[in-house]
Ligand binder design. Sequence first.
Ligand code: AMP
Length: 726
Amino acid sequence: MRSGSAILSSLSRHRIISRFCHITSPQRPAAVLSPMATSEDSLRRALAEKQSTIDASGNAIRQLKSSGASKSEIDDAVKALNALKLEKTSIETQLKASISGDANGSVMSRDAFRQAVVNTLERRLFYIPSFKIYRGVAGLYDYGPPGCAVKSNVLAFWRQHFVLEEDMLEVDCPCVTPEVVLKASGHVDKFTDLMVKDEKTGTCYRADHLLKDHCKDKLEKDLTMSAEKAAELKHILAVLDDLSAEQLGAKIKEYGIVAPDTKNPLSDPYPFNLMFQTSIGPSGMSPGYMRPETAQGIFVNFKDLYYYNGNKLPFAAAQIGQAFRNEISPRQGLLRVREFTLAEIEHFVDPDDKSHPKYSEVSKLEFLMFPRDLQMSGQSAKKLCLGEAVSKGIVNNQTLAYFIGRVYLFLTRLGIDEERLRFRQHLPNEMAHYAADCWDAEIESSYGWIECVGIADRSAYDLRAHTDKSGVALVAQEKFAEPKEVEKLVITPIKKELGLAFKGNQKMVVEALEAMNEKEAMDMKAALESKGEVEFEVCTLQKTVTINKKMVTISKEKKKEHQRVFTPSVIEPSFGIGRIIYCLYEHSFYMRPSKAGDEQLNVFRFPPLVAPIKCTVFPLVQNQQYEEVAKNISRSLTAAGISNKKDITGTSIGKRYARTDELGVPFAVTVDSTSSVTIRERDSKDQIRVSVDEVAAVVKEVSEGKSTWADILKKYPAHTSASADE
Ligand code: AMP
């Protein structure tokens, strides 16, 4: 039997979810095999077959030699063997390409592509490793000028798309959070990752990362591995999140994994709490933590926000702010960091009515979805119509689907490639027991598919947990037009008897009894009636106590009610802004040859909405008159609210274009006369001629998406000077 507090202690939130839903045998199949993985399997088989044919041919040649066969016979056999070896080399090359993702004739490997992106980002100060002059700190990054501008554009669009268009209540709560709040939410006890230590040096590693690295490394480098062994390692990669400490430890031992830096043996995995602890005030008596997410700030304000909203449901509150997680060994650059910006929405809804008034606006959308059954049967994500996914029961309810659709629109409008965006449903093991349904928006990058937004129907869990801990009822009411007769569960703990039996623990036993749900209470009633007493688990006491007939009465009574009081469900989209931005960088990056063909020029094809600077202005040649015109245009752009940059350095026009392309600036104005100028679009490199007075209006129109570049091209004469481009 579960007490109210038991529900609390078995909670899980976000990462807690996967860590604490231990399973004894991972149920995910050799799942999530992409077509690429399938061809990898057949290549591994082909390689093994080729090797055995080569071995057989080698043996045959040796036999020919020992049996004194003719020279020409032996030469023919050697020739055939060499041909087989060549075929083997070709399969090896294909297999290597398939593993590293260079298949399909792509010019660059994933690693080389990532390196090119990261080099450009660091060189142009999109981001900088924090505290670099002191050799930096892993998992901490600064955003430099263009990075700040991109982030502020992404957040402005987030506010527009969600807070304004959905009429959400925005709040801004402190990062420093008292312990009691995070105790109630479960973070103090359960927000952990499993860690192992180098037994000699004490260096810490994330246990699942070491196992992941081992499996990936073997899959990439051991080309002679059998297809069966490869399938086993892939299966481990697929169920990694679900492995318990014991399972992880066992695999680490089985595969002989040692500390990567020293090759020393490793400890058994044990949980490490990811929160940064602090103390509030000078006494040291008031423990606190840097918040690991922004959501709790919203939950604890529910009562006031509900009142502010006129005591009406549904409504959503939103918050953008820093979150802190003391990641064990952060890797993957901006994707896994120790301090990051979260943008979270908590949409509160009646659990009995999860319809959404604007559902029809998204129900026709079609995009890549990866429901549970496709994952379990080893298939790939498929394009599905959101409305059909709801009507077939794949997505639990309309409100959850509405947010999935809105997240899709948000990400694709930012510039995320829709072919590299999928919505993956959590497997049953990944979800907390109280969650109704969860989907992650995953974006494919050079690191693989990355969870960037989590969208979860968390039912009433969070508000209940804070109600229990704070004693403040975080509930909503529905007033009935006519009073209704309802049957109500009444649990009355007999405090005198409980006090005699449990003394100082009486309060916790009372709370646990009162927190029973209907089924639990009726089961207890039946047991008390048949046996006179029953064993009852009180989680806050961490023990089971005996409850007898005299200690509690449980009944169902008919009552007239004027209103219904209930704990709202919450649907929570949670956006990792840094991850979205990094994926956007990768999806926007490309290289094109310079005009001379002697170098590769880097370009970020940011949509104007996200571009850090919308327009550059430069005189074609150094000349005072042109510089004056450039200054005036820049002033008029600024007055129109368009971020712009003047470049009067006098370097060649090609170099100046290359510099702005690297920053992803979509438009460049070149002043080559005092009356009219050219505007060049970054990706097409098309140019038009526009009078000086019109420049700001044209750039504003196209930057703000009121017209497309194609519309503008129709209105203004094309400019075709050869000198103007690189
Ligand atoms: P979670 O609360 O764990 O579901 O995380 C919410 C979102 O925060 C995820 O979808 C990620 O986009 C982002 N996130 C989580 N952990 C990190 C991290 N260490 N660094 C950057 N982003 C993160």
